[in-house]
Design a protein around this ligand. Sequence first.
Ligand SMILES: NC(=O)c1ccc[n+]([C@@H]2O[C@H](COP(=O)([O-])OP(=O)(O)OC[C@H]3O[C@@H](n4cnc5c(N)ncnc54)[C@H](O)[C@@H]3O)[C@@H](O)[C@H]2O)c1
Length: 424
Amino acid sequence: MSYTPRLLLVGCGLMGKRHIGGIYEIRKSGLFQARLVGVVDAIPERASEAAQLAEKMLGERPMQFSSLHEAERAAEFEAADICTDPATHHKIAQPLLERGVSCIVEKPLSPTVRGCKLMLDAANRGGGILALAENYRRDPANRLAKWMIEGGELGGWLAAAQIVVGGGDNVLLTPWRHKKSGGILIDLCCHYTDIFLYYFGPPSGVQGSSALLRRTRYERRVRGDSVEKTSLEAEAEDFLSACYFYGGAVATLFVNLAASGEGIWRRTVYLEEGSIDVPMERTGEPVKTSRPSDSDYLTLRPHTVFTGQRTGTPYSLSPSTAAEVYDKETRALFPGLINGYKMDFWEVDRKLIALELLDFLRCVVDGGRPETGGFEGMLSVAMVLAALESSHLGRTVSLDGILELKTERYQERINKELGLVSDK
Ligand SMILES: NC(=O)c1ccc[n+]([C@@H]2O[C@H](COP(=O)([O-])OP(=O)(O)OC[C@H]3O[C@@H](n4cnc5c(N)ncnc54)[C@H](O)[C@@H]3O)[C@@H](O)[C@H]2O)c1
């Protein structure tokens, strides 16, 4: 039987507020109805800001709380949307899941595999749904890229590269992203490992090298006519180079978040007969393909032999094929979608969050498994941790070993800090 699920939002910082925009888009699309009954933040002003935003966007002011405990005593809800910092996810989700409340948890599910397992076990016992809030794969560009890879038009895939270079000496969004127990590599790279999982499935072996390049970072604020800089000592790594082995194919992740000056962002899949170039999420740029011909090879010069044969061009598909590529919800939120879209960042951001929340809420009401459940959440974290464990041990590690908790030397300190193992 269908009903309107009641949702509690826990964590009203940067992302928590953006989730209110996701609920707004679900409502506006008419695809589903859900009620935000309460908002919780340990910082009361943030809960109050979120309640105000919800009133403005959703037309109903939710109750506001400064702790989950308070919310549990005063509000009734079937589902919780957890948008706190990663080190707290398991502490908030576990008791809720134990008593059957379904939870969607922002990525990364937890900073360690132990943290993820705690939530998965609690969901199994309590019977509620555990979902990962993973917005990147829901960008239409990733839907199209996966469809193209699976369609085999350019042959089987051989290699993939995800490169992200930038960050400079800034504090990257929040200070907690520079602590070991929620570090920026886990926080950002789990999006990219989820993309590898989405396109190719789980790898077998993983090899990684990581480093902490910038120990001092700065928060910048404008004060009158000058810029005030506050320094912060970073403890979490900001550089990772990882290879994910898939039998004969390799996916590479190269992330340098300490680079000042010109940056790089690139995601390309190399297949037997050409390449697929996927744009950065939320830019709306088209997916491009390049299929070189024999004459492209014949016109190469010594200095271009190693740099590719042909520049990519937007992949063309008909409206009827687009209807096969994108699901009903994506088409409803991105009207007229073929390859690429023109939309302001914040509008796309709301729509991608709407898609992840919609998938979760439908499962809460009708049953079924969300596309990114707790297990997928654990896999994307385990893939990043595998690269960090490999760097720590100086050898290739197996993803199974990470999932079975046979390899957790790197995670040892984080597990202790999070109270996931005894400190003795
Ligand atoms: N998917 C995306 O594109 C994306 C983007 C940004 C952040 N995120 C994720 O969202 C999560 C939150 O990140 P953020 O940038 O919003 O962090 P943030 O620090 O801005 O917000 C976290 C909020 O949680 C609150 N909080 C912490 N512990 C709490 C507790 N026990 N009870 C109640 N409130 C508590 C804090 O007071 C804070 O307001 C992280 O997991 C992050 O990785 C995802």
